[in-house]
Design a protein around this ligand. Structure first.
Ligand code: PEP
Length: 260
C-alpha cells in the first residue's frame, strides 16, 4: 500500500489575505520551477478563514499545484453560533483539508476528543478531509505514558466513525512540547508513537484501512530535519507551523519530503 506523503502548512493566525496571495504564488512558483511532482508529495496550506476565498481564486485560476484548507470548523451545521464557520461553508470554498483538535484549540478553547469527533463527522459528511491532531503534553512524556495517552485521545477523536468516514481522515501526531518550541521529537520518538497509532487503527478497522491511513508528524519540522523524519516507515508527512510561513523554506520541506 503506498500512501502519498502530505506536507501541510498550518499558518495559524498569520498572513492577511493579501499576504496569503503573495505567499501562495511564491510557494507555487518555486514548486513549479523545481518541477515538483505533486503525485510524489502533496502540498497544502491551512490558512485563516479570511484568506480562503483569495487562495481559492488563485489556486483555481492558475491551476497551482497546491491544496488549501482551514484550521478549524464548527460542530454545528448552521444557526445561532456567532463567529463559527460550518463544514458546508468550507466545502463551498473548495477546501480539501481541515485541521481539527490542534493542541492550541484544545489548550486555549478547551476542545475535547468528543468535540473533535463531532467535527470529523461534519467534515466527512461535507466531503472534506480532517487532519486530526493528537499528542501528549510534556508531563505525560516525562511520565512515559505518551503512547497510551495519544492512542486514547485518538480513540476518542475517532469514536464510532465508519471505515468510509475514516477514509476522510489524516492523523497528525504532534507532541505538544515540540510545537513552536524548536524542540523536535527524534525520528525514533515520532516513529514509536506513529507506529502505535497505525497498530491501533489496524485493531479498530483492520490492516487494510491502517495501511491506507496517512499519519503525519508535527512539531518544529524544518527543511533541515524533514528527510530523517520522513525516512521512518510509518511517517507519511508533516504538519508544519512556523516554517510554513516562509514559502522558500516550506517548498524545500515539500521537495525533501519525498520518500525513497
Ligand atoms: C503546528 O502548528 O501544528 C506546528 C507543528 O507548529 P511548529 O511547526 O511551529 O512547531
Amino acid at each position: 500500500m503506498t500512501r502519498t506523503p502530505l506536507m501541510a502548512g498550518n499558518w495559524k493566525m498569520n498572513l492577511d489575505h493579501l499576504e496569503a496571495i503573495a505567499t501562495v504564488q511564491k510557494l507555487a512558483q518555486i514548486l513549479i520551477d523545481s518541477k515538483h511532482d505533486a503525485a510524489t508529495v502533496e502540498a497544502a496550506v491551512l490558512v485563516p478563514f479570511t484568506d480562503i476565498r483569495s487562495v481559492q481564486t488563485i489556486v483555481d485560476a492558475d491551476k497551482l499545484p497546491l491544496a488549501y484548507g482551514a484550521q478549524d470548523v464548527s460542530e454545528h451545521d448552521s444557526g445561532a453560533y456567532t463567529g463559527e464557520i460550518s463544514a458546508a461553508m468550507l466545502a463551498k470554498l473548495g477546501v480539501t483539508y481541515v485541521a481539527v483538535g490542534h493542541s492550541e484549540r484544545r489548550e486555549y478553547h478547551g476542545e475535547t476528543d468528543a468535540q473533535v469527533n463531532t467535527k470529523v463527522r461534519k467534515l466527512a459528511a461535507a466531503g472534506l478531509t480532517s487532519i486530526v491532531c493528537v499528542g501528549e503534553p510534556l508531563e505525560i512524556r516525562k511520565a512515559g505514558t505518551h503512547v497510551e495517552y495519544t492512542v486514547d485521545s485518538l480513540k476518542g477523536s475517532l469514536a464510532d466513525l465508519s471505515a468510509d468516514e475514516l477514509a476522510k481522515v489524516v492523523v497528525a501526531y504532534e507532541p505538544v512540547w515540540a510545537i513552536g518550541t524548536g524542540e523536535v521529537a527524534t525520528p525514533e520518538d515520532a516513529q514509536e508513537v506513529i507506529g502505535a497509532i497505525r497498530e491501533a487503527i489496524a485493531q479498530w478497522y483492520g490492516a487494510d484501512v491502517a495501511a491506507a491511513t496517512r499519519v503525519l508528524y508535527g512539531g518544529s519540522v524544518k527543511s533541515g530535519n524533514v528527510a530523517e523524519i520522513m525516512a521512518k516507515p510509518d511517517i507519511d508527512g508533516a504538519l508544519v507551523g512556523g516554517a510554513s510561513l516562509d514559502p522558500e523554506e516550506f517548498a524545500k520541506i515539500v521537495i525533501l519530503g519525498k520518500t525513497a
